[in-house]
Design a protein around this ligand. Structure first.
Ligand SMILES: [Fe+2]
Length: 573
């Protein structure tokens, strides 16, 4: 779909606007407005809601954090009608709005663009049901949010929503944009350039070719949960040799015109199907490594084509494939762009935010993905009293946490608003000392994770360059992997993956002063400016969101210290 897709501050022709809104037209003339748009992602994966007022993200959250069901729902056609009701209501409540106050609800899928599954080459006999549910989304939304006028629901093309989720950086000037995911209406990619006002789409790849669906397919073959566990395949790849890559390259490759092919692969001819829970074998790791390699090569070729078309030097990535931090690093290290930025909520959850941006009138650069629920000191204290747990208010919570970590304690770190997107970034984190290698096993036990999966480090911004290389620095959202300097590998073994890399989060005084202080206090005690950072959840559960969730986790997991706001709850050791 070559050509300019009008984008931001102007009314788009590519979407079905059902509301006649003078406000949107006035926005293009630059008047001061009060445009309130609720973005909704519901159809495929990770339902989420985001509220954008005058281009400012006011609130954004995934449904799983409220429903306490991992990923919100299964991504099957029968569940396509389900909406992120709890997160949508929370977004409205947090701004003191009622559904009737909204100027638009932006739904990140446009059923008018879809085609019957068989026409698109998809083997999905129930896809028609998904489309019917999407068409009826305005009615479902009006029922879920009483007072909402269904005529105010706007369908936003799925990949335009992904692309618009990169708007926070595009607001600062032109960026090339590459969206890669499983599928949208009839495509699985979008390559273009966003000039701060418009998204100019240069190329897209139609289904059934899809890097995301390909990765999902091998995920299932390797015995993991499709549309959920793709990151496990990426981790497993580090243990293998890409000895099947030559056989895969003719089937999975870029076309040289901004698209790619992913022909069906008989995975069983390369490695036998692994049942969930069975031990993995060499063939499984080699298959994971091979798929990972050819996907990286395809992404690199796409990026080279895009950069050759635009001459740009900055690339923004979105779509579920952009959560592949190994591929992101290769793109940064070997690709044609000086800068690579990845939307932290790169998966479908991020389309709630992108859809709202797409429909809104302007975009205000954001401060990062800490956009979820937030709790006052009074609320936290009330919850601690209600639970009748002994707690204290130390002089400095950062010192308390650092002391516990330095004596090899596990710390549940609950600070500030929860994160939007799949990564814990120091707001709902489980922290540990990176020096004992055994802490990987200890954390994987708490979280019910596979042994082969690494845990990740957070590091002080100014010390990151001494310890980590190859990937971009700073790297505040854990979306790239970095090589660990050889002299540091034995000092922080818990965060070094089998291939000598680590998925780093850098922490700055400016953006995260409390967490930075905790890291500095840890360094003062140990000489190491790094702690292990994993998401604050137990096996199979979504990340902790509320103080109540945090206490539930603390009550059931061998965590030594809960650092919640300015308070601590200790477990006798
Ligand atoms: Fe998507």
């Amino acid at each position: 779909m070559p050509g300019a897709v009008p984008f931001m501050r102007r009314r788009r022709q590519s979407i079905t606007r059902r509301a006649s809104d003078e406000k949107f037209e006035q926005g293009s003339e630059g008047h001061r407005l009060d445009v309130k748009v609720l973005g909704i992602n519901a159809l495929f994966h990770d339902p989420a809601a985001a509220l954008v007022i005058d281009g400012q993200v006011v609130a954004a959250a995934e449904e799983e954090r409220f429903s306490r069901r991992k990923h919100g729902k299964r991504p099957v056609p029968f569940a396509a009608w389900e909406l992120p009701e709890l997160s949508a209501r929370w977004c409205l409540d947090s701004a003191g709005l009622r559904p009737e106050d909204l100027d638009a609800v932006a739904y990140s899928y446009d059923p008018g663009l879809a085609r019957p599954a068989e026409e698109m080459g998809l083997d999905d006999p129930w896809d028609w049901l998904r489309q019917r549910y999407a068409e009826r989304a305005p009615g479902f939304l009006a029922a879920a949010l009483p007072g909402l006028d269904p005529a105010n629901v706007v369908f936003v093309p799925h990949h335009a929503a992904h692309a618009a989720s990169a708007a926070p950086v595009s607001a600062e000037g032109a960026w090339d944009v590459l969206v890669l995911d499983g599928r949208g209406e009839r495509a699985s990619s979008l390559a273009g350039v966003h000039d701060g006002v418009h998204l100019h789409a240069l190329a897209s790849q139609n289904l059934p070719h899809s890097l995301g669906l390909l990765y999902e397919s091998v995920t299932e073959h390797l015995g993991f949960l499709r549309s959920s566990d793709e990151y496990k395949v990426m981790a497993l790849a580090s243990y293998g040799e890409p000895r099947f890559a030559e056989r895969l390259r003719p089937l999975i490759r870029a076309t040289g015109e901004g698209g790619f092919v992913t022909e069906p692969v008989e995975w069983g001819t390369l490695a036998k199907h692994r049942q969930a829970g069975e031990p993995w074998e060499r063939d499984h790791a080699d298959l994971a490594a091979s798929v990972q390699l050819v996907v990286e090569e395809t992404i690199l070729d796409l990026a080279r084509w895009l950069q050759g078309s635009t001459g740009g030097d900055r690339l923004a990535l979105a779509g579920g494939v952009a959560l592949n931090c190994v591929a992101n690093t290769r793109l940064f290290a070997e690709g044609p762009y000086r800068e690579v930025w990845v939307q932290p909520a790169a998966g479908d959850a991020g389309t709630a935010l992108g859809a709202a941006f797409h429909v809104g009138t302007e975009v205000v650069p954001w401060d990062g993905p800490a956009l979820g629920s937030r709790w006052s000191e009074e609320q936290i204290e009330a919850e601690l009293r209600r639970a009748r747990v002994p707690f204290e208010r130390p002089a400095d919570i950062a010192v308390e946490a650092a002391e516990c970590l330095a004596s090899d304690g596990l710390v549940a770190w609950f600070q500030g608003p929860s994160e939007y997107g799949p990564r814990a970034l120091g707001h709902r984190s489980l922290l540990a000392d990176p020096r004992p290698a055994a802490n990987v096993e200890r954390l994987n036990h708490v979280k019910g994770r596979e042994e082969f999966r690494p845990v990740a480090p957070m590091v002080l911004d100014e010390r990151a360059g001494d310890i980590f290389g190859r990937g971009p620095l700073p790297s505040p959202y854990m979306l790239f992997v970095h090589d660990v300097a050889p002299e540091w590998r034995d000092r922080i073994p818990a965060v070094v993956h089998v291939d000598g890399t680590a998925r780093v989060q850098t922490v700055s005084d400016e953006k995260e002063p409390l967490t930075a202080r905790m890291l500095r206090e840890f360094e003062a005690r140990t000489g190491v400016p790094v702690v292990v950072n994993t998401s604050l959840n137990t096996a199979g559960r979504p990340m902790v969101d509320s103080p109540h969730d945090a206490l539930e986790l603390f009550g059931s997991a061998p965590v030594d210290l809960l650092a919640i706001g300015p308070f601590v709850v200790r477990r006798p050791r």
